[in-house]
Design a protein around this ligand. Structure first.
Ligand SMILES: NC(=O)c1ccc[n+]([C@@H]2O[C@H](COP(=O)([O-])OP(=O)(O)OC[C@H]3O[C@@H](n4cnc5c(N)ncnc54)[C@H](OP(=O)(O)O)[C@@H]3O)[C@@H](O)[C@H]2O)c1
Length: 259
């Protein structure tokens, strides 16, 4: 399957101002890619761009992924300036803890608008451009939380499960179009998003390790990029068990929670 090279065109990463997106942008720039970095915080994007090594380029393209036109314009800008969009990493996402005794519509609306709607807003113009070019690579950042229900993840897990299903479904059509689609399913990674977690995070990884795994996975001929693999396989295994065992095991794994 197609795998984007620096000479093929630009990379676009959403949610690149901090965490996994920022670290992946830096890693790809070091390898010679021209990377367009998007998020809402222009200052943080500028600070990241100033760290470019010169091997490639980091180009700031601030936007809110819930703004459909802004996403469309971003792809048009990249095509106009660079000629081609070779790789898109749709990574922007948020985590809002949800508790069953304090349900709020906003938690669900906001999470779905950014984590799922935001991916769709970037995906459609990117696929359109890649269809024209006859090649392209798309990576969507989901989470192991999309594999099954976890505590506090009623909105987050649902949004990430939707992304896994969407990517699986699209693969059937995109493969024959020479557009490679991959799903990225990280376990726990040390970023501003996980700093807020008040429960034990098994196999917590550094953001640098996560970015290295992503860059490696983008070149490997696999649909799924997941790490740490031990954690993913553990979760995949508990998900095929009867619900009685599933709920007890997940409860046990996440015991130690403060609230
Ligand atoms: N860290 C983990 O353990 C972990 C595990 C599994 C999956 N993930 C997924 O990995 C992705 C990155 O997470 P992270 O841990 O690196 O979190 P993070 O450091 O909080 O980064 C999230 C990024 O998304 C951007 N973002 C949020 N809302 C946005 C919007 N409406 N429009 C544009 N950009 C927006 C943020 O920038 P602005 O606020 O500047 O817009 C930021 O750049 C997320 O999809 C997350 O669900 C993370």
């Amino acid at each position: 399957m197609y795998s984007a090279k620096p000479r093929d065109g630009a990379v676009w990463i959403t949610g690149a101002s901090t965490g996994i997106g920022a670290a992946t942008a830096e890693a790809l720039e070091k390898q010679g890619y021209t990377v367009y970095i998007s998020a809402r915080s222009k200052d943080k994007l500028n600070a990241l761009a100033s760290k470019a090594t010169g091997a490639g380029k980091l180009v700031v393209l601030p936007l809110d992924v819930t703004d459909r036109n802004a996403c469309k314009n971003a792809v048009e800008t990249i095509l106009k300036v660079e000629g081609a969009l070779a790789l898109v990493i749709l990574n922007a996402g948020i985590f809002i803890p949800v508790r069953g005794f304090d349900l709020k519509y906003e938690s669900f609306d906001k999470t779905m608008a950014i984590n799922f709607g935001g991916v769709v807003n970037g995906l459609l113009p990117a696929i359109e451009a890649m269809k024209e070019a006859g090649r392209g690579q798309v990576a969507i950042v989901s989470s192991v939380a999309g594999l099954g229900g976890l505590k506090q993840s009623a909105s987050y897990g649902a949004s990430k499960a939707a992304l896994i299903n969407m990517a699986e479904s699209l693969k059937f059509d995109l493969d024959p179009m020479n557009i490679r689609i991959q799903i990225i399913m990280p376990g726990f990674v040390e970023t501003p998003a996980t700093d807020q977690n008040d429960f034990p995070m098994p196999f917590l990884m550094s953001v640098q390790d996560a970015a290295d795994r992503i860059v490696h996975g983008l070149r490997a001929d696999k649909f799924e990029i997941t790490f740490p693999r031990r954690f993913t396989w553990m979760l995949k295994f508990v998900n095929i068990l009867p619900y009685g065992i599933y709920f007890s095991l997940v409860d046990w794994i996440t015991k130690g929670r403060k609230s």
